[in-house]
Ligand binder design. Structure first.
Ligand SMILES: C[S@@+](CC[C@H](N)C(=O)[O-])C[C@H]1O[C@@H](n2cnc3c(N)ncnc32)[C@H](O)[C@@H]1O
Length: 216
């Protein structure tokens, strides 16, 4: 379990986990073994990763508590008693697409999302579709830094500002948080400089450059 998945586990809150894109099934195994949930569904779109999950779950003697399901997103998963849905290790656009196809995520589910790319697109989609980011934590995994969002279907009580889109609610009060904000600032500056140098989208480039200065 790396810091990324440990942070996802930290933001879960109920008894029944559904892990979408589970791959080896590490998260559900960890959650059950550490009594962080009572039951789990380990889901993946592909049979290959799911076979590794089945093996890992069985080796740890957890087959009674973890059910594996082949599913594209949540398409083949029924709400039942699920309290928490984790979607980690995928791009921000794919995560938004998976959420958009599942109506029961609006029924009191604690959603934990960890985008590998384009967190700003995910934040925008969540905001515009009535999902509120309640908490956001940064984590460092290997050479990279990520944010993990805890989300609920409820009207966001804040504005959709450019600063929020690009930096989220990550606070600069931990090493991980400061590194995340700096990383986002660097990415914004690189994108802005490319736009300004290319002579196209120079207004947007200037705006992104201003935003990059918030945490440089
Ligand atoms: C990079 S792995 C992430 C594994 C784990 N969630 C993590 O964060 O370490 C991405 C996994 O998502 C699965 N996946 C990709 N698209 C999916 C979809 N639409 N629905 C379900 N699983 C998907 C892949 O098969 C793969 O096992």
């Amino acid at each position: 379990m790396d810091a990324r998945l440990l942070t996802c586990a930290r933001l879960c809150s109920g008894d029944v986990l559904c892990d979408i894109g589970t791959d080896h099934g590490y998260l559900p195994c960890y959650m059950i073994e550490n009594k962080l949930c009572k039951k789990a569904y380990a889901c993946d779109i592909a049979q290959g990763p799911l076979s590794s999950a089945v093996q890992h779950i069985s080796e740890r003697g957890l087959s009674g508590q973890i059910k594996t399901i082949v599913s594209d997103g949540l398409d083949s998963v029924e709400k039942g008693d699920i309290t928490d849905v984790v979607i980690a290790g995928m791009g921000g656009e794919l995560i938004a697409d998976i959420i958009s196809r599942c109506v029961w995520l609006k029924e009191g589910i604690n959603l934990v999302l960890q985008p590998m790319t384009k967190p700003e697109l995910l934040r925008k989609w969540l905001y515009e579709n009535g999902f509120c980011v309640k908490r956001e934590l940064a984590c460092i995994s290997g050479r990279f830094v990520y944010s993990v969002m805890q989300v609920r279907y409820e009207k966001p009580g804040h504005q959709l500002t450019d600063e929020y889109l690009h930096y989220g609610f990550v606070a600069p009060d931990t090493d991980e948080g400061r590194r995340y904000l700096k990383d986002r600032s660097n990415k914004l500056r690189t994108a802005a400089e490319g736009m300004i140098k290319g002579g196209k989208k120079t207004d947007l480039g200037q705006r992104l450059l201003e935003l990059s200065r918030l945490y440089e």
